[in-house]
Design a protein around this ligand. Structure first.
Ligand code: ADP
Ligand code: MG
Length: 677
């Protein structure tokens, strides 16, 4: 029994202070074993070194740390709520502290002893107060107190108590070999755990943070890189060089240098022994679809089928139109397979794909993946826009005999970072916009401009152009549909009354969305009022105005994606950000949008303003959730762990050696929480 208890895998309920009831609560935080509990790192720390004088405290809703003596303990008041009051002083002033129902805290505070308190300032100018602060003895050497993410029923005190116990009763063996620890100057895992929870000083915290971040990123990269190795099976669609001039000369425009380079990279990849596995990153409007067409044409010349999968039906239809217009004149048979086709039609198209009469099959991901078989699939292209998943990518191979893969993404992340994160993909970047594009003029205004905006739209509509208006949810509790419908109704009282206006929101049936979108493309609808569903890759070059209401509610990258819906033709386009929010943060963000048109730069600014946690926390990247590392902030460590991972994989490509089996276990654990797993 004793042995079981000492194993880090033993259930958390055996830990002193936990028990059955708290074990259930801890499960909500994903904690089920001793090791999980020890791995529940603090979100931050209260720094009791950094104290404020009571005289300097102001009641502004902020938390303060105060070091003071207990000068008086009032008799407790026992009622419906039990109230305990203590008066403390630090020589600059007095502060009244109140605890509710916690005689435990009250009894721990001894008269004339000095403590460090931490809590929100309350009271007023004359009387400083603090309610239910946390506190430690002032003579305690460890002045950094951990703050944990919690769940109802588990307070900070309980959590840190349980963690203290687990650290006292267990020893945590190291997952990293001594060789790695030596080489990269890492402290032992067990020490790191103790120091991350209860650091006595900043230096201890730093060392622990480094060690644990290193381990997490090392496992991440080992995982990503070994996927890359796994994909290195022999290509089932090895191609040879072909003359693609016909493609270039039949296009309605001259490809950019970046597009040509990228198509070339794809063609070279497809001639190799191993299948292509390439990520194509390009800002909105950089012309990724034409690259897909070029690659598909090359596969066609080699006698192979291609498929292009899109996240939505609207996009599938759009890609079909584009590919068909580029490739049909060259004799390529392009087909569209979508959910809205009749069952008979679907069946017919599927049989044409199966018999090899269709050269390029375009459809939604679900439809293509589910029950479509190909006669000779050589190239799988996915238009991911932003969504991205490691395990999803790995499963795409199923359809053909080791086909080539090209993933298109508009996720703007710096190249160095992308190379590391997407360790299993080669990367091409479209860093050049098609010629003749006028930069979109962007303005930020407040809602007093509405009348002028509508007149502005009207003028363009009268000249044959179109506009988007994006309306986000304004109040909580109002449905997306209601918000958008109300907005459209309000337009009846403006100069836009009588103009054909369409509505697009996420709750609409797919077929309704498609028909609205089609009418907009056909210029039957002049103004499209939409929620953010227009964000993904829709291409209507005749639309030249984008109005974004409540622009402060969007992230910068999202605003950039929305703005990218216009500026796709040769006419000068305008993007107008409407916000009544006057705070400095909003102003800064709007300024960036007004001044910057480069998606990568905007993503960087977004990172700076919001902090990387937010940016990457939104799971845009489909990476596993990291507990302590921050891919952006820890870029330097990421570089080192990349090398460390390479060294391991150099001698053990698939992590099959016994000494590396623990890494495999850690990889599985990390990726098991991955969004697509
Ligand atoms: P995205 O990279 O955002 O998916 P698209 O592939 O939808 O961009 O292309 C945006 C628009 O630019 C389309 O209308 C497309 O036909 C056009 N386009 C693409 N490449 C060029 C080019 N080299 N010159 C001019 N227009 C181009
Ligand atoms: Mg696109």
């Amino acid at each position: 029994m004793n042995d079981i208890k000492k194993s880090p895998d033993s259930p958390v309920c055996y830990i002193k202070g936990v028990g059955e009831k708290r074990a259930k609560l801890l499960l909500k935080l994903g904690i089920s074993t001793a090791a999980d509990l020890a791995g529940h790192y603090p979100r931050g720390y209260i720094d009791f070194n950094d104290v404020t004088h009571i005289a300097d405290m102001i009641n502004n809703g902020e938390n303060y740390a105060v070091k003071a003596y207990v000068t008086k303990k009032f008799p407790p008041y026992y009622g419906r709520v039990n109230i305990f009051k203590v008066l403390v002083s630090d020589g600059t002033g007095e502060m009244l502290i109140t605890f509710f129902n916690s005689d435990y805290s009250f009894s721990r505070l001894k008269l004339d002893n000095e403590y460090c308190f931490y809590g929100k300032a309350a009271g007023d100018f004359l009387r400083k107060e603090m309610h239910s602060p946390v506190f430690i003895n002032a003579y305690e050497p460890n002045k950094l107190m951990p703050k944990y993410s919690l769940t109802t029923g588990i307070s900070q005190g309980i959590m840190s108590g349980c963690i203290k116990n687990v650290l006292r009763d267990f020893e945590f063996s190291d997952n990293l070999s001594e060789e790695i620890r030596d080489k990269y100057s890492l402290i032992p895992y067990d020490t790191a755990l103790r120091w991350i929870h209860f650091p006595e000083n900043k230096a201890q915290y730093d060392k622990a943070k480094y060690r644990l971040t290193f381990e997490e990123l090392f496992v991440l990269q080992l995982g990503l890189k070994s996927v890359k190795n796994r994909n290195k099976r022999l290509s089932g669609a090895k191609m040879e060089a072909k003359n693609t001039d016909a493609f270039y000369s039949s296009l309605p425009f001259e490809l950019t240098g970046a597009q040509k380079r990228t198509i070339n990279e794809c063609c070279l990849d497809m001639q190799k022994q191993v299948p292509m596995n390439r990520l194509l990153q390009g800002d909105v409007g950089s012309g990724k679809t034409a690259v897909a067409a070029g690659a598909a044409y090359f596969a066609y010349l080699n006698g192979f089928q291609s498929t292009l999968m899109a996240p939505t039906e609207i996009l599938a239809k759009q890609h079909y139109d584009t590919l068909n217009s580029f490739l049909a004149p060259l004799g390529v048979n392009v087909a569209l397979l979508t959910g809205s086709l009749t069952p008979a039609k679907k069946k017919e198209i599927r049989s044409l794909i199966a018999s090899g009469q269709v050269d390029v099959a375009v459809g939604t991901q679900a439809l293509i993946q589910k029950s479509t078989s190909f006669s000779k699939l050589g190239l799988v292209i996915t238009d991911e826009q932003h969504r991205f998943g490691v395990s999803q990518r790995a499963s795409l191979t199923d359809k053909g005999n080791e086909p080539h893969k090209l993933v298109m993404s508009a996720t703007p992340i710096p190249r160095t970072l992308a190379m590391i994160i997407y360790g299993d993909l080669d990367i091409s970047i479209l860093d050049e916009m098609p010629k003749g594009r006028l930069p979109i003029r962007t303005y930020a205004v407040d809602s007093s401009y509405h009348d002028r905006l509508y007149k502005f739209i009207l003028k363009y509509v009268q000249n044959g152009f179109q506009a988007y208006i994006v309306c986000p949810l304004i109040e909580e509790g109002i449905s997306e549909k209601a918000a958008a419908t109300n907005y459209i109704q309000s337009l009846n009282n403006t100069c836009l009354a009588g103009i054909p206006i369409g509505l697009l929101h996420g709750k609409m049936k797919q077929s309704d969305k498609d028909s609205v979108m089609q009418d907009f493309k056909d210029n039957k609808i002049k103004v499209l009022v939409a929620t953010t569903v227009v964000e993904v890759g829709v291409d209507v070059p005749n639309a030249v105005i984008m109005i974004i209401e409540n622009a402060e509610q969007f992230g910068l990258s999202q605003l950039h994606q929305l703005r990218g819906r216009v500026g796709r033709g040769t006419e000068q386009s305008h993007c107008i950000l409407v916000t009544d929010n006057k705070n400095e943060y909003t102003k800064q963000r709007m300024d960036i949008m007004v001044c910057t048109s480069d998606g990568f730069e905007i993503a960087n600014e977004d990172l700076k303003l919001r902090g990387p946690g937010d940016f990457f926390g939104s799971r845009q990247h489909g990476l596993p959730e990291l507990k302590i590392a921050d891919i952006y902030a820890d870029l330097d460590i990421l570089r080192i762990t990349g090398q460390a991972a390479d060294e391991i994989l150099k001698n053990d490509k698939h992590l099959e050696k016994p000494e590396n089996s623990c890494y495999l276990k850690m990889i599985n654990k990390l990726f098991e929480n991955s969004p697509d797993a």
